[in-house]
Design a protein around this ligand. Structure first.
Ligand code: AP5
Ligand code: ZN
Length: 217
């Protein structure tokens, strides 16, 4: 099963993708994570995209399509792929369809995570990520365990993203509505759109996703 998780910043894409990896052996392909990795390892591309990401704008289609192409052509995912934060433009959506068909694969669902803008500021400004395993926490809705250790890997260091401030979030939201939300209509027209309530507690969102994935053909 290959799925796309579609939703604005803070919708819970990364949180749910991590669960699906653990529970179903799916492979998460997050272009945001790939770009942050390129930055921290100091590649030439990483340096080129840093300022764009910190402002909250989209990096070029060429770069992210290249990253996805590389992952898809180099590996096999028996449990299926979770595309997290990709595609974000119609050009990226077309490129993905083409890539999958080249590989003899197809997309099963594009899953929209519905949320209200009002919750996103609180979600984004409260986020902390395990520096070692990438587990996602939140100051109030999913606190780091009281002993200060990541519940998944035991590490004690957590990071906050440079683009997790109100200014960059405003730009990220604008980019979402302008460039990414048209994909909802696109996947609806293709009969591939599903939708879950991203405002519900993390467990309930996971249950709703399991239902979508359960009615598998
Ligand atoms: P990216 O890394 O993809 O960020 P994003 O889309 O802004 O999404 P986030 O990671 O912020 O949110 P999420 O939905 O994963 O939420 P999470 O689960 O963490 O992109 C970053 C940048 O990279 C872009 O701005 C762009 O510059 C570039 N980029 C990446 N891909 C690109 C592409 N394809 N094309 C062009 N440029 C690209 O949850 C958020 C918080 O809420 C957490 O603290 C979590 O614990 C909490 N939470 C989650 N679910 C719930 C819940 N149900 N209830 C309560 N709290 C919850
Ligand atoms: Zn960890």
């Amino acid at each position: 099963t290959n799925i796309i998780l579609l939703g604005p910043p803070g919708a819970g894409k990364g949180t749910q993708a991590k669960r699906l990896v653990e529970e179903r052996g799916m492979v998460q392909l997050s272009t945001g994570d790939m770009l942050r990795e390129a930055r921290s390892s100091g590649t030439e591309m990483g340096q080129r995209v840093a300022a764009v990401m910190d402002r909250g704008e989209l990096v070029t289609d060429e770069i992210v399509i290249g990253l996805i192409r590389e992952k898809l052509t180099s590996g096999q995912a028996s449990g299926g792929y979770i595309f997290d934060g990709f595609p974000r433009t119609l050009a990226q959506a077309d490129a993905l369809a083409e890539l999958l068909s080249e590989l003899g694969q197809s997309l099963d669902h594009a899953i929209e995570m519905r949320v209200d803008d009002e919750v996103l500021v609180a979600r984004i400004t409260g986020r902390a990520t395990c520096a070692s395993c990438g587990e996602v926490y939140h100051d109030t809705t999913r606190p780091i365990p009281a002993d200060g250790k990541c519940g998944t890997c035991g590490n004690t260091e957590f990071t906050r993203r440079a683009d997790d401030n109100e200014d960059a979030l405003r730009t990220r939201l604008l980019a979402y509505y302008k460039q990414t939300s048209p994909l909802i209509g696109y996947y609806h027209a293709k009969g591939e759109l599903r939708s879950v309530n991203g405002l519900a507690p993390i467990e309930d969102v996971a249950a709703e996703l399991a239902e979508v994935l359960g009615r598998e053909t």
